[in-house]
Write a protein that binds this ligand. Structure first.
Ligand code: SAM
Length: 319
């Protein structure tokens, strides 16, 4: 059952979309004076090494965060410039991507000094991103079922020395969510990021979100989903949209496609699967600032991470 390990995928293009959105949400939601409860139903290990065995084997960060922040190569010099060359304007990162970069720099002092992607060694999972934004009154509740990842997560959080502000439990995130809603100060963000390795995860996400919205209508609910050619994956954002509309809640759906989802063949006629070509983030009750944040960040993600002519983004909202 538990073959998925996020360490193989840490820092890939899906994490870029997921974590940029998460940072924009955390930044906004922790500005208010009232305590916020953050519930991360599928937390993972919390921290990953980009130069570790798992990430090096899969190399997914190379096509994700490492590519995003790699310096742009200067254009090849022309033999005889016809016009005097105008120096290129320095690249200005969208504010949401700058915030993402700052989170990475805080964990990687050498990278912060040099700005070289080769010095980006530690990659934060959602728990460490969420924790960075908490103020003293906020609470973070983390759930992770995998025995090894749970142990790593517990150890990584322990090192922060933040006491009871952050709790880690080896429980089923779908099951426990209801026991925390509504939260004491009536402000909560729920992040639901399953691995979807079991087909039933898709139905569990929509059932869990429907139940959560019924219990606590004004919470901010955030779901990551893969965009792959299977009916359950295709239906999930549509189901979440219907749920939000029926409950009279606002919603936002952002997606990032880096390549075609079509199967190809190599020279020997072997079928090549494209890997994950695209993913999305669906947010119920998004802050009013999120759309503008992503509108600036998504085109830059496409420009930097796009692998073929199918690279694109989607951003729709309602309510
Ligand atoms: N949210 C993490 C991040 O952004 O860094 C990544 C999470 S990873 C995609 C999904 C995690 O959920 C895996 O570590 C997996 O072991 C765990 N998991 C699977 N089913 C679960 C469940 N029912 N409850 C809690 N955790 C679960």
């Amino acid at each position: 059952m538990f073959s998925y390990r996020h360490a193989f995928h840490a820092g890939n293009h899906a994490d870029v979309l997921k974590h940029t959105t998460l940072i924009a949400l955390m930044k906004y939601l922790t500005q208010k004076d009232t305590a916020l409860t953050v519930i991360d139903t599928h937390a993972g290990a919390g921290l990953y090494r980009l130069d570790g065995d798992y990430t090096e084997t899969s190399g997914e960060a190379l096509e994700g965060v490492l590519k995003l922040f790699a310096p742009v190569a200067p254009p090849a010099p022309e033999a005889k410039p016809r016009k005097p060359t105008v120096p290129a304007a320095p690249e200005v990162l969208a504010p949401a991507l700058q915030d993402y970069l700052n989170v990475l720099k805080a964990l990687n002092p050498h990278f912060a000094q040099t700005g070289e992607a080769a010095h980006l060694k530690i990659y934060p999972g959602s728990p460490f991103i969420e924790q960075q934004f908490l103020s003293g009154r906020d609470k973070l509740k983390l759930f992770e079922l995998h025995p090894t990842d749970f142990k790593s997560l517990a150890g990584n959080i322990e090192q922060l020395g933040v006491g009871r502000q952050v709790t880690v439990s080896r429980e089923d995130g779908f099951e426990v969510l209801k026991t925390f809603l509504p939260p004491p100060a009536r402000r909560a963000m729920v992040f639901c990021d399953p691995s979807y390795e079991i087909k039933s995860d898709y139905a569990r996400v929509s059932a869990c979100m429907a139940d959560a919205v019924k219990r606590f209508a004004t919470g901010t609910y955030v779901v990551w989903y893969p965009i792959i050619p299977r009916p359950e994956a295709h239906d999930l954002p549509r189901k979440l949209k219907t749920l939000a509309v029926k409950a009279g809640r606002s919603w936002l759906n952002a997606s990032l496609t880096v390549k075609s989802s079509k199967l190809t063949t190599d020279t020997a006629g072997e079928v090549i699967r494209p890997g994950l070509p695209a993913s999305g983030m669906f947010v119920i009750n998004p802050p009013h600032t999120l759309k503008a944040d992503l509108q600036l960040a998504l085109p830059q993600m496409v420009a930097k991470l796009g692998q073929d002519r199918h690279a694109s983004f989607g951003l729709e909202h309602g309510g």
